[in-house]
Design a protein around this ligand. Structure first.
Ligand code: BGC
Length: 724
């Protein structure tokens, strides 16, 4: 009952936000028919040169407009977790609000770890609002590529190894952005699952892997999120560049999914005029052919010549212009948008909430956490990441923020001076960095003297755009060389825990790291991702129990890289031409569970300071569907949130299917002693699979097992059903 009131109140709040937003905009939405009528009129008035001027960039982050007809430029901005540092012609785009000090939201992988789609909406709203305030039209996010290998340098921007979780999280994000009158841009379409050779590699995967694993996030972005823009990836797919790929763009995205918006290229991802023209590219971005600033494009002068010579039908160009204008109408480019705001208290509060709910407690032996403020007098804080700013690293997603609270600042703030907190770096970020004995000795000395040692390490963002500049790894343009703790951190952690058994390890980074050497000796481990502007506060409040952690892993943490499916079954990073996804649909836990490989930390795992019990599970089968009900009770002493996960197994199938697949989840907030009935509906999608022999989705009637649990490896109740 309480929950339904909560649900009602929050739905009303969202509804209010949406309607009040429309009021601010002072306009009602126009029908597509009315929009297309206006567009046809505009196109009729345009010269060929004006049309072609619109289908390629006019500066590094703007598309061309037509001044004569009052058609403006579209201004893009990365994305995905903040409105990025100004560059290119942002400055003279007539924007008086330009200000670099935006909100740095926790990166995509932290958002996904909240398993809370409502936060996706709040997150998107912040981006939309800040985009408005800074005169942008398109946020270049969300990044939704499937996390196939732990090595991908951009995993931190992405969300999950699981297509269902990705699909649920992106819809909120997109609506949040677009309800502010700004276009979101889902990227990178498709199979940009590694940075190594991203500009040349040809991805080969089965139709089944495409349909079941790599496409669903984009499908949800279009069909449920109504996304206005999609960015084609750098790589090739089955022999054709993704941005100019007839199958992916024309056949699937535009025809099958009914996408009406703009397919823009990634920056410099167009390679061929004819292919871009015919195979679906609407807007060419980032090309700078011949070193002359933004005046040479594949979709530039050549196109004018081709049309004039009668080789290309002008209607092909009209179609692209039509899509660009459609996005302008949908984002109220020709009328009023909210003015937006940036760096507000509310925006930072959203960043904090996402970090609060996204940080994951991986291990907590003997309840060493939370720390008791009155029980400890000193902390030895160790590790570069405790004091390193992360917002301006990582590549194109870098954000210049008004402030970023580091873990050190967060801990200092929470201790309020009542606890002595020493700091020692313990290691150095440097190319091929190995253990630094002096730094380790200093950290050990500090740990010996303190009640508790907290090591904040893991990966870090590469600065100056690219990882290879300082080799911190989580960055665009390069993958990690391996999954090992870099810079001698294994030696550091082993030495520190010897000196002080009360050692807590906090890991930052976009994904798993090999902790197998010391995991059994460390009583508590926290995965903090890149937690954004308020990350240090969220982390400190979690460590001290002011916030009860509720994040769950959106990807499996393998013990060793070699056990991860892309490396065990498939290819990575491929040969000089192709990468073959032989791991097929067995990505992430689909592999670990089916092939019985023990992970270090399972998909969906995350601890709490309270305990939850599951009872009264029931499943009522319907017509190609089922309804799962159960009761969840907080049996502990503090309030907390549990993510109830529903997995489905097809007991008998013609083609091999995974041991289990996530098909539903709900995040439940419970006070101590409180119980709640959870109802999760499973539609047809929960039972069918893609049969690539038949070339279609099939639901094979028969026995299925429904599992509910607290992680993919912590199943609390199971029920067999028959689906007809
Ligand atoms: C990245 C995109 C980004 C674009 C513009 C490219 O290098 O792959 O994700 O949106 O640059 O900065």
């Amino acid at each position: 009952m309480k929950h339904s009131i909560f649900k009602l109140v929050s739905s009303l709040a969202i509804l209010f936000a949406i309607t009040s937003n429309c009021k601010i905009m002072g306009q009602t939405s126009q029908t597509d028919a009315a929009i297309y009528k206006k567009i046809d009129e505009q196109i009729k008035q345009m010269t060929l040169e004006e049309k072609v001027g619109m289908i390629h960039a006019s500066s590094s982050f703007t598309s061309g407009g037509v001044k004569r007809l009052n058609i403006p430029e579209l201004t893009m901005s990365d994305g995905p977790h903040g409105v990025r540092i100004e560059q290119g012609r942002h400055w003279d785009a007539g924007n008086v609000h330009v200000n670099d000090s935006g909100t740095y939201l926790p990166t995509g992988v932290c958002l996904a770890s909240t398993w809370n789609p409502k936060l996706g909406y709040a997150y998107g709203s912040v981006l939309g609002s800040e985009a408005n305030a800074r005169g942008k039209d398109v946020i270049l996010g969300p990044g939704i590529n499937i996390i196939r290998t732990p090595l991908n340098g951009r995993n931190f921007e992405y969300q999950s190894e699981d297509p269902f979780l990705v699909s649920k999280m992106v819809v909120g994000y997109i609506r949040g952005v677009q309800d502010q009158g700004i276009a979101a841009c889902a990227k990178h379409y498709l199979a940009n699952n590694q940075e190594t050779k991203r500009g040349s590699i040809n991805v080969l995967m089965s139709e089944r892997a495409l349909r079941e694993i790599y496409l669903p996030g984009f499908k949800a972005a279009v069909t449920e999120g109504g996304v206005y823009a999609v960015m084609g990836a750098y790589n090739k797919f089955r022999g054709e560049w993704c941005t100019e790929n007839d199958y992916l763009v024309n056949k699937i995205l535009k025809k099958e999914l009914g996408f009406k918006g703009v397919l823009m290229s990634d920056w410099g991802a167009v390679h061929n005029t004819m292919e871009a023209l015919w195979y679906g590219t609407d807007l060419e971005m980032g090309t700078d052919l011949g070193g002359v600033k933004y005046n040479k494009f594949f979709l530039g002068d050549t196109v004018i010549t081709l049309v004039k010579k009668g080789i290309v039908d002008e209607r092909l160009i009209d179609e692209k212009v039509k899509r660009i204008l459609y996005v302008m109408y949908k984002t109220h480019k020709f009328d009023k948008r909210p003015v937006g705001s940036f760096s507000t208290k509310e925006h930072f509060a959203t960043a904090k909430k996402v970090a609060d709910e996204g940080i994951v407690l991986l291990k907590n032996n003997n309840n060493i956490l939370p720390l008791n403020k009155n029980g400890i007098k000193s902390i030895a804080l160790i590790g570069v990441n405790a004091a390193r700013l992360q917002s301006e690293g990582g590549g194109s997603s870098q954000v210049r923020t008004k402030y970023e609270i580091t873990p050190q600042e967060g801990l200092n703030r929470i201790s309020g001076g009542s606890i002595t907190i020493s700091y020692s770096p313990g290691y150095e970020i440097m190319r091929n960095g190995t253990a630094n004995k002096q730094l380790i000795d200093a950290a050990v000395e500090a740990a010996k003297k303190a009640d508790v040692a907290i090591v904040v390490g893991g990966w870090a963002h590469g600065y100056n755009n690219y990882a290879w500049r300082d080799n911190a790894y989580d960055a665009e343009g390069t993958d990690k060389p391996n999954m090992d703790m870099p810079f001698g951190q294994n030696e550091l952690i082993e030495a520190v825990v010897k000196a002080n058994p009360k050692t807590i390890v906090v890991l930052m980074g976009g994904g798993p790291i090999d902790v197998s050497g010391w995991v059994d000796n460390i009583p508590a481990i926290v995965q903090a991702w890149y937690p954004g502007s308020e990350g240090g506060n969220a982390l400190a409040e979690i460590l001290f129990g002011q916030i009860n952690p509720s994040g769950k892993l959106p990807m499996t943490f393998p013990k060793h890289l070699s056990e991860s499916p892309a490396h065990a079954l498939g290819q990575y990073p491929g040969d000089s031409v192709n990468v073959l996804y032989n791991d097929d649909i067995f990505v992430g836990y689909r592999y670990f569970d089916t092939y019985k490989v023990e992970p270090q930390f399972a998909f969906g795992h995350g601890l709490s300071y309270t305990k939850f019990s599951y009872s009264n599970m029931n499943v009522v089968p319907g017509n190609q569907s089922a309804t799962v009900t159960l009761t969840v009770t907080n049996t502990g002493k503090v309030a907390g949130a549990e993510v109830v996960q529903v997995y489905v197994k097809d007991d008998v199938s013609t083609l091999k299917r995974p041991e289990k697949e996530l098909k539903g989840f709900e995040k439940v907030f419970l006070k101590p002693g409180e119980s709640k009935k959870v109802t999760i509906a499973l539609g047809k999608d929960a039972f069918q699979y893609y049969n690539d022999i038949k070339g279609q989705w099939v639901l094979e009637p028969g026995k299925f097992t429904i599992m509910v649990g607290s992680s993919s490896r912590d199943i609390r109740a199971t029920k067999g059903i028959e689906i007809r």
